[in-house]
Write a protein that binds this ligand. Structure first.
Ligand code: B12
Ligand code: SF4
Ligand code: SF4
Length: 383
C-alpha cells in the first residue's frame, strides 16, 4: 500500500519534472500539464460558432473529438501541453517591407516543416515517458493538424493566455510559438492555468489586420484571414484578392504590431530548425518555378503541403497588387504557358489589375488561344 502511494506520488511530481527537463533538452522549452476533463467552456464557444457559421473551416468539426479528451484516448488522465518558439529575426512592422513585386512569407513557413520536426520530438518524448515508468502507458500526440484545441489546452496548462488576435501568448516568446500536446494515461500533477490577460484597452491587432478578419476582440473570421486565403486550394474569390497585398504565404501582421511581441526583438529565440527560405521572395521568380524546382526549394517547408499551383497563384496576385507594369511580361508568359488553369486565371486577373494598353492586348490574345472555361472567365473579367 505504502509502496503504491509512494510510486503514485513519484509519478505525479518527480516524473513530471523529468518530462519537462527532457522536453527542454529536445528544444521544447515550455511544458505544462493539465487534467483530461472535458473543456465545457470551449465546447459552448465552438458549438455556438458552428451554429452561427463562424467556426473556421480548417479546424476539427466533430465536437466530442475536440473538447472531450477521452474521445481521442479513452484511458487519458493527463495532457502535456508544449510550446516552442519559431521566430529567427527581430520582429518588425509590415510597413518597413520591401519593394514592389517582392512577396512576404510568414515566419513559421520559412523553417523546416514544424509538423515533421515536432512529431519526431514528441515521439522521443513518448519513448522517454514509457522508459521512466514501470507500468504500461498509453499516449497519443498531435501538432496543429489534430483535433485538440491547442490554445485552450495550453492556457489551461499554464503556458500563456489568448490575446485579442486569438493567439496564445507566452511570457518568454510572445505569440511566435507553435503548440503541441501529448495525451497520456499517466496521472500527472496539473499545473495552475494561466488566468492573466494582458491586452487591456489595446486593439492594435484589430486595426492593423489587412483583411478585417479580426472583426471583434478574440474573434476571427477565418475565411478572410490571409493565412487561410494564401493556403486555400482553388481560386481565391476575386473580391478578396486585393486583400492579399504582397503576402505570398501566411500573415504575421497581427503579431508584428503587438506590443507584447516587441521586446522579443532584442533576443531572438533559438529555433527548432534553421530557416530554409528567406522571408522575402521576388514573386516573379515563383511564377517561373518548375514543379521539380518547387519541390526542391519548398518541399521540406509547411508550404510544401500544397501543390506548386497554390504558391504560383499567390505570386501572380502579389504582382497584380503591386501594379507595376514591369511584371506584365512574366504574367503574360504565365498566362500562356503555365500548366495549371488556376495559375493562368490568377495571371489574367493580375494583368487586369495592372491595367494599361499592353496588358489589355495580351489578355485579348490569350482569349483567342485559351480553351479552359475557368481561365476564359477570368480573362473576360480582367478585360
Ligand atoms: C483553424 C486554424 C487556423 C485558421 C483559423 C484561426 C483561428 N484563430 O481559429 C486560420 C487558417 C485562419 C489560421 C491562421 C493562423 N494560424 Co492557425 N490554427 C488553426 C487550428 C488548426 C485550429 C484553431 C481553432 O481551433 N479555431 C477555432 C476558433 C473558434 O477558436 P479560437 O479562435 O482559437 O477561439 C479561442 C479564443 O479566441 C476564444 N474565443 C473564441 N471566440 C470567442 C468569443 C468571445 C466572446 C471570447 C471572450 C473568447 C472567444 O476562446 C477559444 C478557445 O480558447 C490551430 C491548431 C489546433 N489544432 O488548435 C492552429 C493554430 C491556432 N494556428 C497557429 C498559427 C501559427 C497561425 C498563424 C499565425 C499562421 C500564419 N502566420 O499565417 C495564423 C494566425 C491567425 C490568427 N490571428 O489566429 C498556431 C498558433 C500558435 C499560438 N501562438 O497561438 C496553432 C496553435 C497551430 C500550431 N500548433 O502552431 N489558423
Ligand atoms: S494573420 Fe493577418 S489576416 Fe489573419 S487575422 Fe492576423 S493580421 Fe489578419
Ligand atoms: S496587439 Fe494589443 S490587443 Fe492585440 S493581442 Fe497584442 S496586446 Fe492584445
Amino acid at each position: 500500500m505504502y509502496e503504491r502511494r509512494r510510486q503514485e506520488l513519484d509519478i505525479k511530481t518527480n516524473i513530471k519534472a523529468k518530462i519537462k527537463s527532457f522536453a527542454a533538452s529536445l528544444g521544447l522549452p515550455l511544458v505544462g500539464v493539465t487534467s483530461a476533463e472535458p473543456l465545457a467552456e470551449e465546447e459552448k464557444i465552438f458549438t455556438r460558432r458552428q451554429e452561427e457559421g463562424t467556426y473556421p473551416p480548417l479546424a476539427e468539426q466533430r465536437m466530442p473529438r475536440r473538447t472531450r479528451p477521452a474521445a481521442l484516448l479513452s484511458e487519458v488522465r493527463s495532457i502535456i501541453s508544449l510550446a516552442a518558439p519559431y521566430f529567427t529575426d527581430p520582429i518588425t512592422a509590415i510597413d518597413r517591407l520591401p519593394e514592389a513585386g517582392v512577396g512576404v512569407i510568414a515566419r513559421y513557413a520559412i523553417n523546416r516543416d514544424y509538423h515533421a520536426v515536432w512529431r519526431e520530438k514528441l515521439h522521443r518524448l513518448t519513448l522517454f515517458i514509457k522508459a521512466q515508468l514501470r507500468q504500461p502507458v498509453n499516449t497519443k500526440f498531435w501538432v496543429d493538424s489534430g483535433p485538440p484545441p491547442e490554445k485552450a489546452l495550453a492556457q489551461k496548462a499554464g503556458l500563456g493566455y489568448v490575446g485579442k488576435n486569438t493567439l496564445l501568448y507566452t511570457a518568454l516568446f510572445g505569440s511566435f510559438v507553435h503548440l503541441g500536446e501529448l495525451y497520456t494515461s499517466v496521472d500527472l500533477e496539473p499545473d495552475p492555468p494561466c488566468r492573466r490577460e494582458e491586452c487591456g484597452a489595446c486593439r492594435r491587432c484589430l486595426s492593423a489586420c489587412p483583411s478585417g478578419a479580426l472583426s471583434a476582440p478574440y474573434f476571427i473570421r477565418a475565411e478572410l484571414c490571409l493565412s487561410y486565403l494564401t493556403q486555400m486550394r482553388g481560386p481565391i474569390p476575386r473580391e478578396k484578392r486585393r486583400l492579399l497585398g504582397n503576402h505570398l504565404w501566411g500573415c504575421d501582421v497581427c503579431q508584428e504590431v503587438c506590443p507584447r511581441n516587441q521586446s522579443l526583438s532584442a533576443a531572438p529565440a533559438v529555433p527548432l530548425s534553421d530557416p530554409l527560405l528567406p522571408r522575402f521572395l521576388p514573386a516573379a521568380d515563383i511564377l517561373r518555378l518548375s514543379e521539380e524546382e518547387y519541390i526542391a526549394r519548398f518541399g521540406s517547408t509547411a508550404i510544401g503541403w500544397r501543390p506548386v499551383a497554390v504558391l504560383q497563384r499567390n505570386a501572380a496576385i502579389c504582382l497584380g497588387n503591386c501594379g507595376d507594369p514591369r511584371y506584365i511580361p512574366v504574367l503574360a508568359t504565365s498566362l500562356r504557358e503555365n500548366p495549371h488553369p488556376m495559375v493562368r486565371g490568377a495571371s489574367a486577373w493580375a494583368l487586369g489589375a495592372i491595367g494599361g494598353r499592353e496588358a489589355h492586348l495580351l489578355l485579348l490574345k490569350a482569349k483567342s488561344r485559351e480553351h479552359h472555361a475557368q481561365v476564359l472567365e477570368e480573362i473576360e473579367a480582367a478585360l
